[in-house]
Design a protein around this ligand. Structure first.
Ligand code: HEM
Length: 422
């Protein structure tokens, strides 16, 4: 499908075959990003998530982080995930009504520890407060407040006194710079004091000469990882709880599986392999309430052709991640070969389906996927093991009605919850 916006075209990919042929098999041709002028103004082009394929920052950033985020490398961070998920259970047990904040704290602390070697022990710790203030300001860059500069480029030339969005960009830039360099500077300080950090910043400082990295580049790469890693994993866990509250039968089945595998002990990393149903619930949550519903747009590097259609250079390409059978049902069984939940795998007819679709595709595939899964798999098993979830007007209706738009959006805007832990 294509959408016309002003004088440009946006391509929306809504079937797995096209995702595979266009974005996976020809990933180098579609590895770029469309224009993100507001972001470039704020970050000076150093935000590699939105940088185009030819950008030096994108290339060097992916190269530098690649050895730190592989499936093997992230195992080093198991003790951190263990600690953060244990505190998560403790916090929920003592103050269940604040579960939303506990999740946000837990995932933020995991990322700040991995990237900057610094925990966020409380929801109101200084890092947590600065990060929340910054991320709210940062989200304004993507909001209508920013003016549609990418669709009407002439808006970039409006003088600042008539362009309030330019003032907002400057404020965001100052806040971002201050946060990134504060966290980065603290690692440098510890290094000078001879302390042995295991975090990403410390690793990059070790390789600084070999890779010819400037301080500024390291601070921005790590800042981007903080932004990309904290809210995404928190939203995933919050979405999962929402899905389980709305689907009590799924919740029961998942809990029974956890109990049968671990009994009375706390679930551990290796247990996930023995829990095909819990794995299916995780995949289905990513599909049903994706953190990035259309992923981040890719763009064609040059003019391309696909099945007779011409896709001009820089055309934005979005993936519609709902593209499975019965898209509006929360139905983990879709990922199982045995309907009783005992065998993982995709049934016949779903041959093209890739269950990592919510992490994007091709050369832009989310680099934090294994890191995120390390932490969230453990958190999910432990939450299922420790708690029951229900809405305050318990019992939940047996045929839950979904109001996806409002439930999804309300959670983001109001941060209020009508859910409880039992
Ligand atoms: C549940 C957790 C997460 C989800 C669902 C998620 C999802 C995504 C998606 C959909 C993209 C766009 C991929 C594309 O363009 O094809 C992306 C990109 C990215 N993610 Fe994640 N992400 C998660 C966690 C993380 C974590 C933990 C980190 C870092 C520590 C991270 C860092 C990034 C970065 C840096 C990019 C940009 C990659 C590029 O443009 O080359 N993400 N993520």
């Amino acid at each position: 499908m294509t959408i016309k916006v002003t004088n440009g075209t946006i391509v929306v990919v809504s079937d797995m075959r096209t995702v595979k042929e266009l974005l996976d098999d020809r990933s180098a041709e579609f590895a770029s990003r469309p224009a993100f002028s507001g972001m470039d103004a704020v970050t000076g082009g150093r935000y590699f998530v939105t940088a185009p394929a030819e950008s030096h920052y994108w290339k060097i950033s992916r190269k530098v982080i690649q050895p730190l985020v592989s499936p093997q490398a992230v195992q080093k961070y198991h003790p951190l995930a263990d600690m953060e998920t244990t505190q998560l259970l403790y916090d929920i047990l003592h103050k269940p009504e604040a579960f939303y904040d506990h999740i946000t704290r837990s995932t933020l602390s995991f990322i700040t520890s991995v990237v900057f070697g610094q925990r966020t022990p409380k929801h109101d710790s200084p890092i947590a407060l600065s990060f929340r203030e910054y991320i709210e300001q940062f989200s304004r860059v993507f909001s209508p407040e920013s003016a549609p500069v990418d669709f009407i480029p002439a808006l970039m030339y409006v003088p600042e006194r008539w362009a309030p969005w330019k003032k907002m960009w400057k404020e965001t830039q100052a806040m971002q710079h201050a946060l990134y360099f504060k966290l980065f500077g603290e690692v440098e300080k510890r290094k000078r004091a001879g302390m042995n950090d295991e975090c990403f910043v410390a690793n990059m400082l070790e390789r600084q000469e070999e890779l010819a990295l400037e301080r500024d580049t390291i601070a921005y790469i790590c800042g981007v990882l903080l932004d990309g890693g904290a809210e995404t994993t928190a939203s995933f866990l919050q979405n999962l709880i929402l899905c389980l509250v709305k689907s009590p039968a799924v919740l029961k089945k998942a809990q029974m599986e956890v109990d049968s595998v671990v009994g009375d002990r706390l679930p551990d990393f290796n247990d996930i392999k023995s829990m095909p149903y819990v794995q299916a619930v995780i995949k289905e949550t990513h599909r049903f309430l994706p953190t990035a519903p259309t992923a981040i747009p890719h763009a064609s590097v040059d003019d391309s052709e696909y099945r007779g259609y011409i896709i001009p250079k820089k055309t934005p390409v979005l993936i519609n991640v709902y593209l499975y059978e019965r898209p509006e049902d929360f139905w983990p069984e879709r990922y199982l070969l045995a309907p009783d939940g005992t065998i993982s795998g995709l049934p016949d007819g779903m041959g093209y389906a890739r269950t990592t679709l919510s992490f994007g595709s091709g050369k832009r595939l989310c680099p934090g996927m294994y890191l995120a899964n390390t932490n969230t798999n453990l958190a999910v098993m432990r939450l299922l093991w420790a708690f029951d979830f229900a809405s305050i007007d318990f019992p939940a209706p047996s045929t839950p009605k979904w109001d996806i738009e409002n439930e999804f959006i309300d959670r983001y805007l109001s941060r209020e919850s009508d859910l409880s832990f039992l």
